[in-house]
Write a protein that binds this ligand. Structure first.
Ligand SMILES: Nc1ncnc2c1ncn2[C@@H]1O[C@H](COP(=O)(O)OP(=O)(O)OP(=O)(O)O)[C@@H](O)[C@H]1O
Ligand SMILES: [Mg+2]
Length: 354
């Protein structure tokens, strides 16, 4: 049985459709990331699951029980959820232990203390039980916030950009810990982020949203290698876009021919090619591997990889391509290369009607 289910959920603020007909399930123990650009409805969807926003349309179930269906609306404190928000605000006047026990009402004091102790242990903060929030680093505070949400052993954890207040290094450390804590607890989790890399790092499945609608749901590699549309393909980083038309059953571009796929004869299409899919070939590579040749316009070292800007001659002003090569590779401006392509990372979609 799924832990959380949205069935045809829509939500509007006035005329703005913030969430549009979302159907989605989150399985037991699964970590699902809601990913998408700012304003696409991620927080609204999470708030609906938490019961912080009154449901307007559809149904929400937790563990098979209807939480909201337009008539009924179970209040947040009765939904067995743990919440962590971006401004996770611990109570400044309570020490770490009391912050964590705060959510554990209705059970006796010794049991409460034991639950808090074990939740703090899960996030490796048991030595800080007496400390006050101002004495902790941002990362430690975030771990306490996670412990506070986990302590009541909720059925479902809902996290809204929980690491966004942390600097890059701390962020990586805390999310690594959070991933292991959440997985070890076995609690189904929905986490909001607008960072594709963070989603890939954390998620069993990613739900990519745009303008209130789900664009694609799947494992990180499904979205990366089998994007459902141009939005999905371009959301995971820099991508080359080549405009073309289907002619005589083929899509001819300056980067060679592509299969027409689902496109019809005469259709305008867009070929999207990831920068790492383009290969700069050694001069002695077989002719059949060479699809085009291009001239280096600029080359930049980016750390783990280098980015080469290439100009490839075409019928008009020339095609400008970005090519990503692992490690340090800095050819001189004006140098010419033959170009190969990993076609599994090139995607054909209908051109946007704009
Ligand atoms: N209380 C509100 N009243 C009116 N409009 C709202 C309200 N909350 C959100 N919106 C609007 O609804 C849309 C979706 O907002 P939401 O906060 O769900 O987006 P988000 O995906 O979480 O974005 P972000 O990544 O910036 O946090 C946005 O256009 C936002 O301006
Ligand atoms: Mg948000």
């Amino acid at each position: 049985m799924s832990t959380l289910a949205f069935e045809g959920v829509s939500h509007a603020y006035g005329k703005l459709a913030a969430v549009n007909n979302v159907t989605l399930t989150v399985d037991d123990g699964e970590l699902v990331c809601l990913l998408g650009p700012s304003g696409c409805g991620k927080t609204t969807l999470l708030r609906l699951a938490a019961g912080l926003e009154a449901l307007q349309q559809g149904r929400i179930l937790i563990n098979g029980q209807v939480m909201a269906d337009g008539r009924r609306d179970v209040p947040p404190e009765e939904r067995s959820i743990g919440l962590v928000f971006q401004d996770f605000a611990l109570f400044p006047h309570l020490n770490v232990r009391d912050n964590v026990t705060f959510g554990l009402r209705g059970i006796n004091r010794p049991t409460r203390q034991k639950c808090a102790q074990s939740a703090l242990k899960q996030v490796a903060m048991e030595d800080y039980a007496e400390a006050f929030p101002h004495m902790l680093s941002g990362g430690q505070q975030q771990r306490v916030a996670l412990a506070r949400a986990l302590a009541p052993q909720p059925q479902l954890m809902l996290l809204d950009e929980p690491f966004s207040g942390l600097d890059v290094q701390l962020r990586q450390e805390v999310r690594d810990q959070a991933l292991h804590v959440l997985k070890a607890s076995g609690t189904a989790t929905v986490m909001v982020t607008h960072d594709p890399e963070e989603a890939m790092f954390m998620a069993d499945r990613i739900v990519l949203m745009y303008r209130g609608q789900i664009q694609q749901v799947g494992r990180p590699e499904d979205l990366y290698f089998k994007p459902a549309n141009a939005f999905v393909a371009s959301f995971f980083g820099d991508i080359n876009r080549i405009a073309a038309r289907v002619e005589e059953g083929r899509i001819r571009t300056a980067l060679g021919n592509f299969d027409q796929g689902a496109a019809q004869e005469g259709d305008l299409v867009e070929v999207l090619v990831r920068p790492e899919a383009i290969k700069l070939l050694p001069s002695d590579s077989p002719a059949e591997a060479q699809r085009a040749s291009g001239q280096v316009v600029a080359a930049k070292f980016l750390g783990r990889s280098s980015l080469i800007h290439l100009s490839v001659p075409d019928a008009s002003t020339g095609l400008h391509l970005h090519v990503r090569v692992p490690g340090r590779f800095l050819p001189k401006d004006g140098e010419t290369f033959s170009i190969g392509l990993d076609t599994s990372q090139a995607f054909v979609f209908p051109a946007k009607a704009e």
